[in-house]
Ligand binder design. Sequence first.
Ligand code: ATP
Ligand code: MG
Length: 384
Amino acid sequence: MEELILVRYGEVALKGGNRSFFINRLVRNIGKSLNGIQHSIIKDRGRILVEIPGGPNQLQEAVKRLKKVFGIVSLSRVVKVEKDLDKIKQRALEMVESQQAATFKVESRRADKAFPVKSPEICRQVGAYILEKSDNTRVDVHNPDLLINIEIRDEAYIFAGFEKGSGGLPTGTGGRGLLLLSGGIDSPVAGWMVAKRGVELEAVHFHSFPFTSERAKQKVIDLAEVLAVYTGGIKLHMVSLTDIQGSINRNCPAEQSTILTRRFMMRIAERIAAETKALALVTGESLGQVASQTLESICVTDSSVDLPVFRPLLGMDKVEIIDRARGIDTYELSILPYEDCCTIFLSEHPETKPRLEKILQSESHLEAEPLISQAVESREILNV
Ligand code: ATP
Ligand code: MG
């Protein structure tokens, strides 16, 4: 008797003509996430079955990893049985006995319509067999201790219960986006949300070395690693902002330094996006959270680039974002206290309602083009 994993992928199945494209991508992502675990993947009538021959520990590790693969709605550990009603009955009985369930219910799905016994009849016969053979269990159709599911496919599968997957769409089915990844709480969550909708991520991080430390840099790499578990790898661009921040500080009013810095970040990101063929920029901004995230500031920031800028956290409160960060395992890393480039050079009293004309005027005192090219060209690229 073999145990394997039955994967359900809800939304993907709705994608009409693109269906096989989505499913093939999901199968590929599943394979990638199981790197290092021996496995085989079988497609079977609207489900994916993953066979893990290496024993219970490997199976458990595989379930844990699959729960992070976007596009998977839920999964179950299932037992494969011959498509023979007597064998199915026997295995269902063993399940009730091994779990010592006081009450049970049987549900059944017959995906293979060639199987001669219809679903309600399968339920009835299996239920009757269990009642006959087992002394101390009874049926409870409303609130059973054990819900036994029987699915008739290329093989018969029996399972009890299921675990929730990450949902969303398979990474790589929705184009590429470039995430501006700080070391904070918000941007990893923003990246996760966009990746969840199928977008493949690259990330850019701005540092102010030597004013920011190696440990601050390592923190961002660690965050990218957590995200990469969901996305199947991330290319991380590390860009120095030190010269740009120095130049802004020497030539522009202090209260404008935040917004000017943010406009440079966007332009550098846009330049990198053009190289990597990313279609949009993604940030962790949430409306009104800080000075640089007032509606006025966001508009002035946006006008520095042509690419669309996605802000999936725009309408979320900090508490909601923190909840999500905990759920995806980035929170504990994000709150490590290493300094960020933005906290180093910036004014205590940034302007909250910047005016574009004034900002453009200040920028005219800066050698923007060479500063940007220099930052882009000297970047470091890591494959996380
Ligand atoms: P976060 O928690 O994501 O750091 P925040 O609340 O600190 O956000 P800001 O510092 O205004 O807010 O940054 C807003 C967004 O700009 C971030 O979510 C991120 O997308 C981007 N960003 C800020 N600093 C950096 C950086 N050093 N490198 C890359 N992107 C950054
Ligand atoms: Mg930040």
